[in-house]
Ligand binder design. Structure first.
Ligand SMILES: *Cc1c(COP(=O)(O)O)cnc(C)c1O
Length: 391
């Protein structure tokens, strides 16, 4: 049996959708992007949704729109995809890394509070793997110090905190539609905000800094006159081809969410027999979106002293699973252990013990809508055998 780590849900609806812009001839950002944004707002409750070419470009727009500049500091978790600190670097500002809570893999809010300096301008909580960061104390901390909050909600589709969808707590939220995420447009992203000014500025910044979109110009009179360009922008637009796929994905978003939860519930139940594997926790008042089902490999309580040995063991386990056709992955990486950040900021692995343990010992299990009982049984029995074979 071959079990992939994930599988996008593409059917007749996506195939039919993708042909429509080709038939109309309008393939750049246009009516399908607008429809995708509306559907995303309807699902998440976002006031404004602005589609972009990726989550990374949405985050880049957000930091640019909020005026991030050289000398500024932004608090970023030490366990996240590298693009979270990268957008801070791109603006010439400094990411100040914060360790995570190992139970949730999300930012340690107490430590974040201790990292605020007179140079701090913002905080970048990440809703890792589909579990919201603890937003109440984060927003509270930001208010007390006059900081902005940008939510890296790349994994946050269908992630809820106290009844609210993520992306609505900070100044902006940024989502990803990469194929590893819950819904996909190939590549794609979405910036959400409650601020009409930030939404308008983001729409302009994604489109070279234009005063109005190409589609608005083409469908009005005097289409021969170009827009005004009063600021330096980017080309971070989503295409209508991608957005058409996004619309079809949104139409099945509820089902996709229900399926992800079903598979997760099954794992929660059967993994209780493995004391060596800690499954994802879901604190009260949180709803996990299960972008990924990420466990911690912990046959012993992990520490910086044994993490190297346990890491080797986890990798032998993952190798054995791969040989048996079961795909697994590390959850994500710790940017502080990647060459650029390690060198530039002289960061030692000991500085962020939880991020280091997350990087070395996380273990993502296969999860996708439509995963069958037979496939789940296969994963679980192979897990048991792989542990016995490698201990
Ligand atoms: C996937 C991911 C990103 C990047 O999303 P793209 O759409 O590929 O740019 C950023 N942050 C986190 C936490 C992610 O998981």
């Amino acid at each position: 049996m071959k079990i992939p780590i994930t599988k996008p849900v593409f059917g007749a609806e996506e195939r039919e959708a993708v042909v429509k812009p080709l038939e109309s001839g309008w393939v750049v950002q246009g009516p399908f992007v607008a429809e995708f944004e509306q559907k995303f707002s309807a699902f998440s409750g976002a006031v404004h949704s602005v589609a972009t070419s990726s989550c990374t470009t949405a985050m880049h727009i957000a930091v640019a729109a909020l005026g991030l500049k050289p000398g500024d500091e932004v608090i970023v978790p030490a366990f996240t995809w590298v693009s979270t600190p990268n957008v801070v670097e791109y603006m010439g500002a400094t990411p100040v890394f914060c360790d995570i809570d190992l139970a949730t893999f999300n930012i340690d809010v107490q430590q974040a509070a201790s990292l605020v300096t007179p140079r701090t301008v913002g905080i970048f909580p990440v809703h890792l793997f589909g579990l919201c960061a603890d937003m109440d104390p984060i927003v509270d901390l930001a208010r007390r110090h006059g900081l902005w909050v940008i939510e890296d909600a790349a994994c946050g589709f269908n992630a809820w905190y106290k009844g609210r969808h993520c992306g609505s707590f900070g100044d902006a939220g940024c989502f990803s539609f990469h194929p590893r995420k819950a819904i996909t447009t190939g590549e794609g992203g979405m910036l959400t905000t409650a601020s009409p000014e930030l939404a308008a500025l983001s729409r302009s910044l994604r489109d070279h800094g234009a005063s109005r979109s190409d589609h608005a110009r083409h469908t009005a009179s005097a289409a021969f006159l170009l827009a005004e360009y009063d600021r330096v922008g980017f080309n971070f637009r989503l295409t209508d081809i991608q957005a058409a796929v996004g619309c079809a994905q949104m139409d099945r978003a509820k089902w996709i969410g229900a399926e992800r939860s079903r598979v997760a519930r099954h794992y929660d139940e059967v993994l209780k027999q493995f004391e060596w594997l800690a499954p994802p926790v879901v604190p009260a008042e949180y709803e996990h979106g299960y972008q990924a089902y990420v466990c911690l490999f912990q046959p012993e309580a992990p520490t910086l002293a044994n993490v190297g040995r346990l890491h080797d063991w986890r990798n032998r386990l993952m190798t054995r699973l791969e040989e048996r056709g079961v795909s697994t992955r590390q959850g994500t990486h710790a940017p502080v252990l990647q060459g650029f950040y390690r060198e530039k900021y002289k960061i030692a692995a000991e500085a962020f013990p939880h991020a280091t343990i997350g990087d070395r010992l996380s273990l993502t299990l296969p999860l996708y809508p439509g995963m069958t009982g037979e496939e789940l049984d296969y994963v679980v029995s192979e897990l048991a055998m792989a542990f016995d074979a490698t201990r």
